[in-house]
Each structure stands twice: as C-alpha cells, then as structure tokens.
Design a protein around this ligand. Sequence first.
Ligand code: NAP
Ligand code: GDP
Length: 332
Amino acid sequence: MSDQKVILVTGGTGLVGQAIRILTEKEERRNDERWVFIGSKDGDLSNLEETRAIYNKYKPNYVIHLAAMVGGLYHNMSNNLEFLRKNIHINDNVLQTSFEYDVKKVISCLSTCIFPDKTTYPIDETMVHNGPPHPSNYGYSYAKRLIDIANHAYYEKHKCIFTSVTPCNVFGPYDNFNPEHSHVIPGLIGRLYRLISQSIFIQSIYKPENSNAESFTVLGSGRPLRQFIYSYDLARLIIWALRNYEEVETIILSVDEKDEVSIKDAASAVAEAFNFKGNLVFDTSAADGQYKKTANNGKLRKYLPDFQFTPFNQAIKETVDWYIKYVNEARN
Ligand code: NAP
Ligand code: GDP
C-alpha cells in the first residue's frame, strides 16, 4: 500500500523498540502506518554507508531513533570513551541521513541521566545543558546532549522537525539482563534468578536445612533514588509523540515525582515478585552513582493530564514473569 507512512525504528530489537513493536502490532495498529524495526544485524548505524543503505532500502517518512550504546552505571563507568564515540557516530549518521532522505519527523531518545550532576531539583527540560553531567557517565551524556544541539541546528538551517524525548530509567521485557552491561532492574532480576536457581539445585542434591544462598546482594548502598518507567508506558508515550508532538525542544517522559523509589525499594519489589524470603545485602564497595535525578513531568502532564502509568510493583511482577518464561532467549 503506497499511501502508508513508513516509520523506521532504529534500536527496534531493544527494550524500548520491542515494546513499541508489540503495541503497534495490536492496540496501536493503524492501517496508514507501516512500522519497520531494525537492530544492529540490519546494519551498523555508526557507519555512514550502512546507514544510507538502510534508508535506501526502507525510505522512511518518520524515524524513531532508539539505537545507541546503552548500559548501566558500571558499564558506563569503565567505558566513557566508547559510549561517547559510538553514540556520536550513530546519532550524526541517523540525523544527517534522515535529512538527506527528507524524513518528516525524527524522535530521538535522551535520558534523565544526562542532566547536570550539581543542580536544583526537580530537573526540567530547560536544564539539559546547565552544567557537567555526573562523572560516571559523561561519555554517554555528552553524546546524548549533542542530539539536542543537532536538533536545534537542523531546525535553524533546514526547518527539520527533529526532536527528542527524555525518559527516566526504563525497564521491562526484552531488557538487557547481562550482569556486566545491565541497568539496575534487569541486573537485580538476573542475579536473583541465578541465586534462586542455584539454591534449588543445591537443595535438590544436598537438601541442607538452611542454604547459605539466602542473601540477595544489591550493589551500592541502596540509598540512591530513581524514577522508573515501564517500557510499555514509555512506548505508548513515544507513539503519542510521533503522532502529536511538534516541538523541537525535548519532553521529559517520566513517572511523577512522588513515584520516585530508592534502589532498596526496587530490590524489595524484585524480591517480592520472585516470592523470595531471604535477606537483602548491600555491597557498599560498589559505586552508588548519581544520588538522584528527580525529573518533573509537568510538560507531559500539560499534554496528557490523564495518562496512567502502570503501578511499579505490577510492572516489576510482569517483567519478572516474562524473564522466568523466556530466560533462555533473553539477553543474558
Ligand atoms: P537496548 O535494549 O540496549 O537496545 C539498543 C538497541 O540499539 C538495540 O536494538 C541494538 O541492536 C541497537 N544498536 C546498538 N548499537 C547499534 C549500532 N551500532 N547500529 C545499529 N543498531 C545498534 O536499549 P534501550 O534500553 O531499548 O534504549 C533505547 C533508547 O532509550 C536508547 O537511545 C537509550 O539511550 C534510551 N534510554 C534508555 C534508558 C534505559 O533505562 N534503558 C533510559 C533512558 C533513555 P541489537 O540489539 O540488534 O544489537
Ligand atoms: P543509573 O540510574 O544511570 O545510575 O544506572 P543503573 O540503572 O545502572 O542504576 C544504578 C544504581 O543502581 C546505582 O545506585 C547502583 O549502585 C544500583 N545497583 C544495585 N544493584 C545493581 C546492579 O545489579 N546493577 C546495576 N547496574 N546497578 C545496581
């Protein structure tokens, strides 16, 4: 059908991309849209020629740009140079090729973790460039900030509607559960799953009265605060932005400030979802990262005052159930 808009989702095989795919195959399906989800096997977006080949193949009218080198605190801390360079290359190739192919709108993804480390709270959309980011992830942060700069420059020079959304921490099915690379929620889910599996295995052989495997280790002090958004809620908001959001300025896509939780609370929710009755132990030799990055979603609320976020414990339970079911196919 030639009157269909082609919407290309880079990073379409990842956490957020898969949530968008599932929604657009069901309740968000529209006959005048054709969605194309690509991952790194379809081409390396840090390579300009491979990026052009993808655009030449699909000729997108709209682009949701999610592809990025992404990782949790510990992956960022030891790889700032790679996060900086890889993401600068990917973003420059995607935006410039979108311009060359006359794409009508590009929605890229920033993150609340790129905001200044020393700041007043809550943070809002006006504060992205106000000061240096937290030292743990400056490579990723500066590469992401440059998307916002580029979006304004493309608008100034060519009137392109290249914009961005700024999510808080995301989690859900299809996340990256690799212990070295993962963010906190998939890191905790993977570790508790392995702990419980190991404990069941040991008990089935030795039947000890009380296994030592009753301590669930949380990295850091557990005190830092985070806002977590379920990937399906974020996907719904990104689809809304694609169809309705016309500003070049970024928009924060976050749960409300009152829904911020501590890492300890998040670990307790994971433990509860597994019905784990053991203790939480905090490994304070591991870094805590940024204490908090509390973001204000007032701009989003002006557009969508009644948007309902999935309750945190329910979303955690659904993610844990998904992981248990698909553990062999998940990114471990
Ligand atoms: P993810 O699960 O790690 O997925 C990353 C995606 O990018 C995958 O589809 C991957 O493809 C693709 N990709 C990576 N390098 C590529 C390359 N060189 N060429 C082509 N594709 C490449 O990431 P996510 O969590 O869904 O994140 C999506 C977006 O949201 C990112 O821009 C991220 O910065 C942003 N964000 C994430 C969070 C979070 O907590 N996860 C929070 C705020 C913002 P393959 O898997 O096929 O290799
Ligand atoms: P951030 O929100 O950008 O800092 O990234 P993360 O999603 O990696 O969250 C990091 C916070 O979770 C820090 O306070 C860590 O100390 C804490 N944390 C606890 N356990 C883990 C874990 O297993 N993996 C990760 N990545 N962080 C953990």
